[in-house]
Design a protein around this ligand. Sequence first.
Ligand SMILES: *Cc1c(COP(=O)(O)O)cnc(C)c1O
Length: 418
Amino acid sequence: MTFSGHPIDTPPRAPSPIHRFGTLAVHAGSPHDPVTGAVIEPISLSTTYAQTSVGKPVGLYEYTRSANPNRTNFETAIAALEHARHALAFASGSATTAIILQSLAAGSHVVSVSDVYGGTHRYFTQVASAHGVTVTFSPSIELDIAELIRAETKLIWIESPSNPTLSLVDIRAVSSVAHQHGILVVVDNTFLSPYVQNPLDHGADIVVHSVTKYINGHSDVLMGCAAFNSDALKTRLAFLQNAIGAVPSPFDCWLAHRGLKTLHLRAREASRNANMVAEALQASPHVTSVNYPGLSSHPHRMIALKQHRDGMGGGMLSFRIKGGKKAAERFCEATQIFTLAESLGGVESLCELPSSMTHAGIPKAQREAAGVFDDLVRLSCGVEDGVDLVQDVRSALEKAVVAAKLSNGAFNGVNGYA
Ligand SMILES: *Cc1c(COP(=O)(O)O)cnc(C)c1O
């Protein structure tokens, strides 16, 4: 495989698998334009490509849904960063999930971790059943995987860390059991990005991402991808990519590829910032608990040390605030740098209330069983200055918890958050 993914490669400048992450992020799938020498690839907006005689296209491309240069280059870069032989890009993370589920025969069974992304849960419970695929959810997949496997089980679905409680799954432990039964393991790696975790290195068969989050990293593209080693999977999933047509535009591929080139810088900074914020939260009298896999107090810290680059915790964390749902709402409205919004993984920091926003669709009892209480706040740490983020969190905690207490007495209306 060439790392440029381009028919006319420039060998001396193409990176090789021996290169490290930052080098691959900048160079994999980034050939110089063979005609003009342009260092940055042009955006290939053409939907169709000329043929010199019937069935003989000028280059590699015929029609943009089947393949186009920007998508191929992006896919080449993703394959390199996830240590995979193949990668495919889709119109969204959700379309990626849908296509993997569509690849299963009717009658197939899937075992999934319970606290998957809300849209994944929705697809599993309300769409997959329509084509005869059933899904069993497990809150402790490492413990009960062997019991949950049936003759028809074809896929195990893992999300590590989980959303929004940041619990981890031992990918190697689950994959070992799955492989004894010839079952494929999928890991949704969106929350960590390929910089922090490479699931295929721990035994998974397919890694998926919502590219919308860390990989693009600038909150301006909706896109997804899958990466894997099997040639048979490549044939099957590439067929579905074309047949179903849930593909990203060339412009989105180009933007996401530009974002990916700085993934290592952004992921390092976001993780460093999240560590600072997590420590400040842990030390605060206004906080009851902090979920962050970078802290030594995290119940799955040993898995983080084994699976994450340098034991990094990533940029996501959640915490329970004192004062219940009202205090949690006030916190999200009191921050000056963290923007109250759904999504994650961008350069800008975001905060949200899962019980009322991203996870509002899950019944309260089920939500709370998974640790998603009304006072749980989720933070996506961006790449602003960490000192400013800590300051923002501290002052929002004061406003949310202390002002809430005062507002019951004489100081109604303090800062408008009473
Ligand atoms: C956002 C997200 C998805 C869905 O991706 P879209 O690009 O929004 O369709 C899937 N999994 C996780 C963990 C996510 O955060």
